[in-house]
Design a protein around this ligand. Structure first.
Ligand code: IPE
Ligand code: IPE
Ligand code: MG
Length: 246
């Protein structure tokens, strides 16, 4: 099938956020609107991920983090959880070669031990295959929760016998799943919800938040472009006062 020619989107005059994080929300509602089962929405969402990763590479984003499955999502009906696991396994099987050829380096954020062993093995293989790529770091937050992440960091620091006087924000950050990566500059949430839902609660302390009403399967390359343009209109103050206010 011929792909529709893509509109030229020029970002040369814009600052590209180094790290963009996305709460991919609204798959279920996208499907319901069409009279389809929720699983169809999750499938459409997974397909969309391919488009967004491609656009991320095109736009020169260095780190892209996507929230795929939260620690709280285990509480959904068993059939939905099973369906999501199946999709995740399929994405790893079918997309890994293309991701690798695009120079994508995959990282996993979350507890790998909480997921089924076959899936764990697929994740490990994908991380190993792509570990030397450097075009785009793609963090997949799967079985991820911000609070769980903080607790595992504290547990590990205690186990390492860290002296409380040595504890700093930098040291703490190095115990998180995102160790070594810059904090997100821009957090996008699709589907119109205005909450963080336990996503990168430490790392996103000063991220710009961009909520959009689009459901995740409808959030494409042009919508990502719009988010970057909006990011450029923000004034990041980090608690300071700006020159022109002095
Ligand atoms: C996001 O879509 C995907 C996951 C959370 C796994 P939802 O499944 O939350 O879709 P809505 O929010 O119910 O529409
Ligand atoms: C957040 O979406 C989690 C993911 C996108 C993976 P949810 O749909 O689970 O969040 P709530 O329930 O609306 O807060
Ligand atoms: Mg949701």
């Amino acid at each position: 099938m011929l792909r529709k020619p893509e509109k030229a989107l020029d970002l040369s005059h814009y600052k590209i956020p180094t790290h963009v994080a996305i709460i991919m929300d609204g798959n279920g509602r996208w499907a319901k609107r069409r009279g389809l089962p929720r699983q169809a929405g999750h499938r459409a969402g997974a397909e969309n991920l391919r488009r967004i990763v491609r656009a991320g590479v095109e736009f020169g984003i260095q780190v892209l983090t996507i929230y795929a499955f939260s620690t709280e999502n285990w509480g959904r009906p068993e059939s939905e959880v099973r369906g999501l696991m199946r999709i995740f396994a399929r994405v790893l099987d079918q997309e890994i070669d293309e991701l690798h050829s695009q120079g994508v380096c995959l990282h996993h954020l979350g507890e790998l031990s909480g997921i089924n062993p076959t899936l764990q093995e697929k994740v490990r293989r994908a991380l190993e295959l792509t570990k030397n790529n450097n075009r785009l770091i793609l963090n997949i937050a799967f079985n991820y929760g911000g609070r769980a992440e903080i607790l595992q960091a504290v547990r590990q620091m205690l186990a390492d016998g860290i002296d409380p006087n040595d504890l700093s924000e930098e040291l703490f950050s190095s115990y998180l799943f995102t160790q070594g990566l810059p904090d997100p500059d821009l957090v996008i949430r699709t589907s119109g919800e205005l909450r963080i839902s336990n996503f990168l609660i430490w790392q996103a302390a000063y991220a710009e938040f961009y909520p959009t009403p689009a459901f995740w399967p409808d959030f494409g390359r042009e919508e990502l472009y719009d988010a970057i343009v909006a990011f450029n209109q923000r004034e990041r103050r980090f608690g300071l006062v700006t020159e022109r206010e002095l």
